[in-house]
Design a protein around this ligand. Structure first.
Ligand SMILES: CC(C)(COP(=O)(O)OP(=O)(O)OC[C@H]1O[C@@H](n2cnc3c(N)ncnc32)[C@H](O)[C@@H]1OP(=O)(O)O)[C@@H](O)C(=O)NCCC(=O)NCCS
Length: 249
């Protein structure tokens, strides 16, 4: 059995220097195509984390790592690599997931969702998520007692779907209501159906990321999806996220 690793970090843990100074610590080869105008600090944090994780996984220096992007925008390692990775950044959190197997048979997808969308206009956020839900998911969401509970559940369903479409690389170009997710709270597992067919081999886990000001924190979802028929014996599972304190100076 292979084990996927997930690393998380938090932009509030970065040294107390300007974002522009932090940005200079990131090798150009690891930067995104376009720097965002909002949440730049978390994006920079995600790149410091990405450099750390990929250097460890590949044995290369951060400067030597070469990345490319697929036609759908998914970043990947150039060359013969047994490593697949994916990243997400949301609010102050960032996460990088990574899976290594010689057959390159697993795709990993990572998504962080702010389950309460910052407590801002819950009914508007809920309305935006509804078209992406299946009938069963609608019933699951509507059965929750309060608007906040409904939004938390709808957001987590959305995040679980995003993690899947990021693992296969299609991103939001795939209609999310083709997927149906089921949460298994006893072991934090998520299972998927695509167009009504069970995706038995997918393995997905969720983890809660703490947040001081609200009861329902950020949720991190990690999906592992077989991307070739030659999947390694024994499958793959996800280790507990490992917090990385980034010590850029
Ligand atoms: C990537 C995407 C799935 C979700 O992003 P999000 O939840 O807003 O943001 P996250 O922080 O979780 O993930 C963003 C990261 O995913 C990665 N990513 C981008 N496209 C990806 C794809 N197709 N598959 C997997 N990962 C992808 C990138 O590393 C990106 O971060 P970066 O731009 O800093 O490098 C979504 O923005 C997307 O599909 N974009 C492609 C454009 C598209 O299809 N648009 C159709 C609109 S209907």
């Amino acid at each position: 059995m292979s084990r996927a690793k997930v690393y998380i970090s938090h932009s509030l843990g970065l040294p107390d220097i300007t974002t522009q100074t932090l940005l200079k610590q990131v090798p150009c080869n690891l930067l995104p195509e376009r720097l965002p105008k909002v949440d730049l600090r978390t994006t920079v944090c995600s790149r410091l984390l990405l450099g750390h994780v990929l250097a460890q996984a590949t044995g290369q220096s951060q400067e030597d790592i070469q990345l490319a992007r697929s036609a759908y925008g998914r970043p990947y390692l150039l060359g013969e690599s047994d490593t697949d990775f994916n990243l997400s950044h949301q609010g102050p959190w960032c996460a990088v997931g990574c899976v290594q197997d010689t057959l390159r048979s697993w795709g990993i997808g990572v998504d962080i969702v702010d389950s309460t969308q910052g407590n801002d206009a819950p009914s508007r956020h809920l309305d935006a998520l509804r078209p992406h839900l299946t009938l069963k998911e609608h019933m699951d969401v509507s059965g929750r007692p309060s608007m906040t509970d409904q939004l938390v559940q709808a957001s987590r369903i959305w995040g679980a779907k995003e993690a899947y479409v990021k693992a296969i690389g299609l991103g939001l170009s795939m209609a999310l209501n083709r997927l149906e997710v089921t949460f298994h709270p006893q072991d934090n597992r998520i299972t998927y159906c695509l167009d009504g067919q069970d995706l038995h081999k997918c393995s997905s886990q969720w983890f809660l990321l703490p947040r001081d000001d609200v009861v329902d924190p950020y949720t991190l979802i990690v999906a592992l999806v077989p991307i070739s028929t030659k999947t390694q014996m024994g499958g793959v599972d996800v280790a507990e996220p490992c917090f990385v304190a980034l010590m850029a100076t």
